[in-house]
Design a binder for this molecule. Sequence first.
Ligand SMILES: [Zn+2]
Ligand SMILES: [Zn+2]
Length: 346
Amino acid sequence: MRAIVKRRPEPGMDYAADLPEPVAGEDEVLIAVAATSICGVDRHVHEWDAAGQAFVPNLPVVPGHETAGTVRAVGSAVAGIAVGARVALESHLVCHSCFQCRTGAAHLCVDQRILGLSWDGAFAELVRVPASACFPLPDEVGFDSAALFEPAGVAVHATQRADDLAGACVLVSGAGPIGLFVIQLAQLFGARCVLASEVNPYRRALAERLGARTIDPTVEDLGAACRRAAPGRDGVDVAFEASGAAAALPAVLAAVRTGGELITVGHPGIVPVDVSKHINVRYVTWKGVFGRRIWDTWELLAGLVGSGRLDLEWIVTHHVGLDEFDRAIELLGSDAGKILVVPDRG
Ligand SMILES: [Zn+2]
Ligand SMILES: [Zn+2]
């Protein structure tokens, strides 16, 4: 089969035209990939920077973790999912036996593998996954939307972590795809105003198109902008940090009102922050997000997309074949929304 492979610990990935087809084990299914979205993580892995190296424990690996397709084959022990079913895939392949998995918190699994990072992924014609990673799609959800369920699910999970968004003043730091989805969801869940902080003018324009008020934090003071956006309060009620930029985080924390909430969605690594001031004295509640709750986040998202309340497809700006992957990675660094890799295109 055709696929993209990360073979060597250096920048770049290979297009392979003749990889052996994967075979589903007894608890597994084989998916014919319809579309796989390219994520910032894939770019890190492509460039093989420190973040990329941290994500991938072993090479070679087929990357690609935001995907949807049609079940091509099922293993002998698989029940409840049949050949021909349309599915999106949960990228966190959980163990089902650790304490967290057994107590209803599989999203906190301590022994998970991640599709496209520590398990061969979906920049390929076919992908093999545990049957338990499949989310059956409602008929009204197309494959372009479905391939975006994985990243949009992170945004949904982030909003699920917030106490209450109804009537809230919200800051979204970083207007990449997940930040943009958070903006849409905060509005859908009743936020009074959404302020988006983003350095890239193309992304600021996308946030404005959604109705967010935007600021460039390199030009404007974030704290002052947040206090203006939340009159009568000393900051925003809820801030979502979705840029993952370590340098952005201290100012975002300081822009949350006393008693408000910070939800970190991006992964900034080690950041010095004033715990005494913000967490102890100002009672800011700080929560993180990694992945989606299984499966309530997915059900909520399918309900919102299936009913037409939430549009995801607007963010797709390009469709490319597997043989155009390097060009797509370049596009990701310029003026692009989400790029979908469609194996049928080449
Ligand atoms: Zn991703
Ligand atoms: Zn587990």
